[in-house]
Design a protein around this ligand. Structure first.
Ligand code: GTP
Length: 601
């Protein structure tokens, strides 16, 4: 297809604002999926996505759409719809999907108004010079307020409120007009057809049968089957086994030219060899310069992951190896914990990523897992000026420390104006700095904060939701790092450190953490035959203490006769009961106690 007849667009929407429903409706109207084959949410393939109603992986679909001009001639266009992932942890993937498009449909629920996530992605689209097509969805809802929200959106996009299309993905109202408008408003792609090939990877998915399927947008030149291609970030060369478009099942083609969107198959087995943001070129006639914007995924949040049943460790290892093929951002290394046994320290992009990985492991590999409290990555400068990167609190260096740096984010919070006070209070408690505030309409505000990432990974979102009755929405982006007064708090059982409970916290919060943890463990650890102190300590200084009083359960009390074999039997039995116990120093603790302490944060 010549570039003038192509339109590449994506849909920017908040979770639940109806992106999948609208996309399904478009597939139906353009005839690529007939009504019988239609199942709800055709594009969300992973089961977990469908169940939780979130889209994790972006995909592209090609749809034909003809438009009549003034003279009455029908021109056939090809629309490429690129599905953007909708969550904070995947900002980089969103930015790459946007970079593959010339236009973006801004889809907003007419009963809810725009949310922080959508706003952040809208700004990203505007920075990339995408043509924005504002749309209010779900206008069939009785609670819809299209006039109010059209005004809000018009203010943000800089258009007339009458320009905001009003549709319903559910009933189909307005969707034909939307498709027409995409053709009319979204610019055709530009590129040099004679230049060496350059295509940007905006997604890369592992498929059990076909290996890695890489989604690309061709910028210059063209790619054809059987030629050798090169990934410009690694210089790795591969043969192009298949190239094609998704419509919505894969259809092999004779190549992809300027502006086209499609998939490549090279036989690589690991998404790390085909990275989002990378540029694909031709080996025989390579481009001299890669397309801009490439960056490696950087894990920011770490946590220990352990099988509840220790014998599942090899299963967990294999499961992680498999998952890695599909997830370029996942990193892990083996770790042992006195309290939890053998496991892994896993790095994630953020909390949602953590949740998704854990859930997939449990569901697809049938594992029962426990994860330790998540922490961020720290750079610690020692007295000799050397810098240690810490991803596990128990590895936080002792001795003299010059400086500790922690990642900071720029957070955008949207909420009804009545909650400004509550939000400010929460952000202040979390060491936040207000950067700015704007009214979107008379009763809704956008607040911008700089906050330490560590404060966000710890139940920030839940707190924000509860303080605003669920009305606030949050988006954040890691923007850099800052020096902070951070210390490591250790939890000691009878003087022995329990590794899984060490935490790096701000100096002012060390005491609260110590009191909370010691209190919790006191309730969970059964009494022993001797008194057990539970302490929280910063270095050698104890900051909180609880004591578990002693009991003596004398199993021999019953048999004062002289039957030695009976005595031995009883002792044997008592030992049996201790098997699932973890021993910290002299203290026996059922593993369940540690698990309970970690899960009831
Ligand atoms: P993610 O996949 O999580 O990003 O969600 P989504 O934005 O794709 O939302 P989805 O299409 O799954 O729709 C969310 C909910 O809104 C579902 O219960 C839909 O049935 C409902 N919904 C979607 N479009 C409409 C609409 O036009 N009108 C009404 N009344 N409900 C809609």
């Amino acid at each position: 297809t010549p570039p003038e007849l192509l339109r590449n667009f994506c849909i920017i929407a908040h979770i639940d604002h109806g992106k999948s429903t609208l996309a399904d409706r478009m597939l139906q109207l353009t005839g690529v999926v007939d009504s019988r084959a239609m199942r709800a949410q055709y594009l969300d393939r992973m089961d977990i996505e469908r169940e939780r109603g979130i889209t994790i992986k972006s995909q592209a679909v090609r749809m034909p759409w003809a438009l009549e001009d003034e003279s009455g001639t029908l021109t056939p266009y090809a629309l490429n719809m690129i599905d953007t992932p909708g969550h904070v942890d995947f900002t980089y993937e969103v930015s790459r999907s946007l970079a593959a498009c010339e236009g973006a449909v801004l889809l907003v629920d007419a009963a809810q108004g725009i949310e922080a996530q959508t706003l952040a992605n809208l700004y990203l689209a505007m920075e990339n010079d995408l043509q924005i097509i504002p749309v209010l969805n779900k206008i069939d809802l009785p609670a819809a307020q299209p006039e109010k929200y059209a005004e809000e959106i018009a203010g943000l996009v800089g258009c007339d409120p009458d320009d905001v299309l009003k549709v319903s993905g559910k009933t189909g109202v307005g969707v034909t007009e939307l498709l027409d408008r995409i053709v009319q408003r979204v610019p055709a792609p530009h590129g040099d057809p004679d230049a060496p090939a350059r295509a940007m990877i905006f997604d890369s998915v592992y498929d059990t049968y076909r290996g890695v399927v890489t989604y690309v947008r061709v910028v210059d030149g063209n790619l054809s089957p059987r030629e050798r291609i090169v990934m410009m970030s690694t210089r790795a060369a591969h043969e192009l086994l298949e190239i094609g478009v998704t419509a919505p099942e894969p259809v092999p083609t004779q190549g992809l030219g300027v502006g086209e969107v499609g998939y490549l198959i090279t036989g690589v087995k690991d998404v790390r060899q085909s990275k989002v943001g990378d540029t694909v070129t031709n080996q025989a006639k390579p481009a001299s310069e890669a397309l801009g914007g490439y960056s490696d995924p950087k894990p920011m949040v770490f946590s220990g992951l352990y099988p509840i049943d220790g014998s599942d460790y090899p299963v967990l290892r294999d499961a992680l190896d498999k998952l890695k093929l599909n997830d370029a951002a996942l990193v892990y290394e083996p770790e042992t914990s006195v309290a939890l046994g053998f496991g892994f320290r896993v790095g994630y992009l953020g909390l949602l990523h953590l949740e998704i990985v854990r859930e997939r492991l449990e569901r697809e590999f049938n594992l029962d897992l426990i994860s330790t409290a998540p922490n961020v990555i720290y750079d610690v400068t020692l007295e000799d000026r050397s810098v240690v990167t810490v991803t596990n609190p128990s590895e936080f260096p002792g001795g003299k420390i010059m400086e500790v740096r922690e990642p900071v984010v720029r957070a955008t919070i949207l909420a009804p104006a009545e909650y400004i006070g509550a939000i400010m209070e929460l952000c202040q408690q979390r060491r936040g700095d207000l950067l700015g505030m704007d009214y979107l309409s008379a009763d809704r505000v956008e607040m911008r904060y700089q906050l330490p990432l560590a404060e966000i990974v710890f139940d920030f979102f839940d707190q924000l939701k509860s303080k605003t009755r669920g009305y606030a929405s949050l988006d954040y982006d890691v923007t850099g790092d800052q020096a902070a007064d951070l210390v490591k708090v250790d939890i000691l059982l009878q003087g022995e450190q329990v590794d899984a409970f060490s935490a790096i916290v701000h100096k002012d919060k060390a005491y609260a953490y110590g009191v909370m943890m010691t209190g919790k463990l006191k309730d969970l650890i059964p009494r022993q035959q001797f008194e057990v102190p539970i302490q929280a300590a910063v270095g050698a200084r104890v900051i909180a203490r609880e004591t578990i009083r002693a009991i003596r359960k004398d199993v021999l009390a019953k048999c004062y006769g002289g039957d030695i074999s009976r005595k031995r039997k009883l002792l044997e039995k008592q030992k049996e009961g201790k098997k699932r116990m973890k021993t910290i120093g002299r203290v026996d603790v059922p593993q369940e106690a540690f698990i309970a302490a970690l899960t009831s944060q």
